[in-house]
Ligand binder design. Structure first.
Ligand code: SAH
Length: 353
């Protein structure tokens, strides 16, 4: 049975599904989910992420984390963690670049949070030299200094959507209409978690809530605050989201999120206001456009150095990759980043407080 058929029969017997349950099933169903069944990234996959575009992305992240590690006294043993590492490319590039900093790679215990068994296997191959360890939850992060990266992880977490009706909200649900999956709205109910949205919304507006994000970020903030370390989060989205940002991508093109569950990537924009609300008691940087961050760290100098070894089509591709990562009309502005360090510690290079 396909995931579509499975979900239709489930909805017929149990009633409409919440959007977060639908997203979870599409992405992580144990046998039919998108991440569990396929390698989604790269030119052959459905979409491409920054570390898959160019090695420069992971290299600069490795160096900024290594500088933060030096700034905090270069602890001998520490966790070097990644959430949702995909193919392991970012971590591999980061470790290779940071190996220039004596002691960093030797002290790093590479620790990964990954839900997909298929991707764990790919990560194990890419990072064999680092001997990575996988954890089931951020609660399992060891009690030691923790340097952590998350790229396009929070956008894959399931969201709920609510449409305002007076002082109440109707939840968007997935039901079945004429044999096909279709969106509908549940009854109007009070939503205390959306109280802060009463000022900036009007009747008919749609807001999103990602309840899964804070329980992941808060324990990381707690580790970093008590043992030292830093976190660097990249994603696309903005401060306080408004409107429907759920999107499906299949074969590098937008798709209908209900058409083919489990066959397309599903994401939603990250609400950076909500993420930053879960970082106490750490200090966070400004939410900074990815292009600005990479330029501050010297991506253009690195691109120029790499270009010297390239020619022809490889050089063209390298120039296009630099542009794609940084240009405001490509990923430069849509993607944002912020850093998090213990109160009183210097902020990561490339980010202002
Ligand atoms: N960071 C990578 C991959 C981004 S795609 C890159 O930039 O290329 C999202 C990643 O998060 C995938 O590895 C996916 O399997 C993983 N993931 C999604 N939801 C997750 C969850 N709830 N827990 C752990 N990993 C998850």
């Amino acid at each position: 049975m396909s995931l579509r058929e499975t979900l239709i029969s489930q909805i017929r017997s149990e009633g409409p599904m919440r959007l977060d349950a639908y997203m979870s099933a599409c992405l992580l169903h144990p046998t039919l989910g998108y991440y569990t069944t396929r390698p989604p990234f790269g030119a052959q996959g459905d979409f491409i992420t920054a570390p898959e575009i160019s090695q420069m992305f992971g290299e600069l992240i490795g160096l900024t984390l290594a500088q933060a590690w030096l700034d905090q006294g270069a602890p001998a043993r520490f966790t070097l963690a990644e959430l949702g590492p995909g193919r392991g490319t970012l971590m591999a590039d980061a470790v290779r670049a940071a190996a220039r900093v004596p002691g960093f790679v030797q002290g790093a215990e590479v620790t990964l949070l990954e839900a997909s068994p298929a991707l764990r296997e790919v990560q194990g191959n890419t990072l064999a030299a680092q001997g990575p360890r996988w954890i089931e939850s951020v609660e399992d992060l060891p009690e030691q200094p923790t340097y952590l990266i998350a790229n396009e992880f929070f956008d894959a977490l399931p969201i709920r959507q609510f449409v305002r009706e007076g002082a109440r909200w109707r939840e968007r649900q997935v039901g079945v209409q004429e044999g096909a999956l279709a969106f509908g709205l549940g009854p109007a109910q009070p939503q205390p978690a959306l109280a802060h949205r009463s000022e900036d919304t009007k009747d008919g507006d749609l807001v999103e809530d990602c309840a899964a994000a804070a329980p992941i970020l808060s324990p990381i903030a707690a580790r970093i605050a008590s043992h030292g370390g830093a976190a660097l989060v990249f994603d696309y989205g903005d401060w306080r989201s408004l409107g429907d940002t759920l999107q499906a991508v299949q074969d590098h093109a937008p798709a209908n999120p209900l058409a083919d569950p489990g066959m397309a990537d599903l994401t939603a924009h990250v609400d950076f206001e909500a993420l930053l609300g879960a970082t106490a008691p750490c200090t966070t940087s400004r939410v900074t456009p990815q292009g600005v961050f990479l330029e501050r760290l010297g991506i253009t100098a690195r691109a120029t150095a790499l270009a010297k070894t390239l020619s022809g089509a490889a050089l063209e591709a390298h120039i296009a990759a630099h542009r794609r990562l940084t240009h405001p009309q490509e990923m430069g502005n849509l993607f944002k980043t912020f850093g998090m360090v213990p109160e009183g510690a210097p902020m990561l290079p490339g980010l202002d407080t």
